[in-house]
Design a protein around this ligand. Structure first.
Ligand code: FES
Ligand code: FES
Length: 215
C-alpha cells in the first residue's frame, strides 16, 4: 500500500497545479499576479451626529453614515417591529411611513431622514389603543407568522392616504379622475409587500374594511 503513496502525491501535486492554472486562466491573469494582488479595504468613514424624529420622539445619535434607516431603527433605537426581510428593497417587510409616504427603510440611509417625521408600527397604535388598520388585521386574521405584518400595516395605512390624495396607480383607468378605491387598486398598490404565508386574501379584507368598501 505504502509504495503507492509517492506516486499518489505526485498525482495530487500535478492536479493542484493544473487546477491553479485553470483558475488563473479563467481570471485572465498569471497565477502569481492574482495571488499577489491585495484586496482593497474601504476606509471606515467617521461617524456623524444625527437627529431622528421617530414616532414623535427626537433621538440624537452618533452613527456611521452608511447605516440604513432600517438598521438605525432596529439596532440603535431597538424598534424591532420593523422587520428585515430581504434588505434589498424586494419584500416590503421594512416599510415605515416618512412624512406620510411609504418608504422601504432598507433602501434609505438614516442620515437622509433628518428633519423628517418617521412613523413605525410602534407609533401607529398601542396594544390597548390599536390603529384601525391594526384592529382590522386582527379581526380579519390578516397574518399567520406575522413577519410581514408591520410592513403590511404601515404600507396599507399610507396606501389609503395615496388613494384619497388622488395619486394614480398602474391600474387606474382614468388618469384624469380620482382613483376608485377597491380591490384592484389595493392589490396593485400593495404588490410591493410580500407575504410568504399567503395571507393576501385576509389582508385585502382588512384593508377593504378600513377603506369602507365591499369586496
Ligand atoms: Fe426592505 Fe425587504 S427588507 S424591502
Ligand atoms: Fe407570514 Fe406574511 S404572515 S409572511
Amino acid at each position: 500500500m505504502s509504495e503507492f503513496n509517492p506516486a499518489r502525491r505526485q498525482i495530487l501535486k500535478g492536479t493542484a497545479v493544473a487546477v491553479g492554472g485553470v483558475v488563473a486562466v479563467s481570471h485572465g491573469q498569471p497565477a502569481q499576479a492574482a495571488a499577489a494582488a491585495p484586496r482593497a479595504v474601504p476606509a471606515s468613514p467617521t461617524n456623524v451626529s444625527i437627529r431622528l424624529r421617530v414616532n414623535g420622539t427626537e433621538h440624537q445619535m452618533m452613527i456611521d453614515p452608511r447605516t440604513t434607516l432600517l438598521d438605525a431603527l432596529r439596532e440603535r433605537l431597538r424598534l424591532t417591529g420593523t422587520k428585515k426581510g430581504c434588505d434589498q428593497g424586494q419584500c416590503g417587510a421594512c416599510t415605515v411611513i416618512v412624512d406620510g409616504r411609504r418608504v422601504t427603510s432598507c433602501l434609505t440611509l438614516a442620515v437622509m431622514q433628518e428633519g423628517h417625521d418617521i412613523t413605525t408600527i410602534e407609533g401607529l397604535g398601542t396594544p390597548r389603543n390599536l390603529h384601525p388598520m391594526q384592529a382590522a388585521f386582527v379581526k380579519h386574521d390578516g397574518y399567520q407568522c406575522g413577519f410581514c405584518t408591520p410592513g403590511q400595516i404601515c404600507s396599507a395605512v399610507a396606501m389609503l392616504d395615496e388613494v384619497r390624495a388622488g395619486i394614480p396607480s398602474h391600474v387606474t383607468a382614468d388618469l384624469n379622475a380620482a382613483p376608485q378605491p377597491g380591490e384592484a387598486e389595493f392589490r396593485e398598490r400593495m404588490s410591493g409587500n410580500l407575504c410568504r404565508c399567503g395571507a393576501y386574501s385576509n389582508i385585502q379584507d382588512a384593508i377593504a374594511e378600513v377603506a369602507g368598501v365591499r369586496r
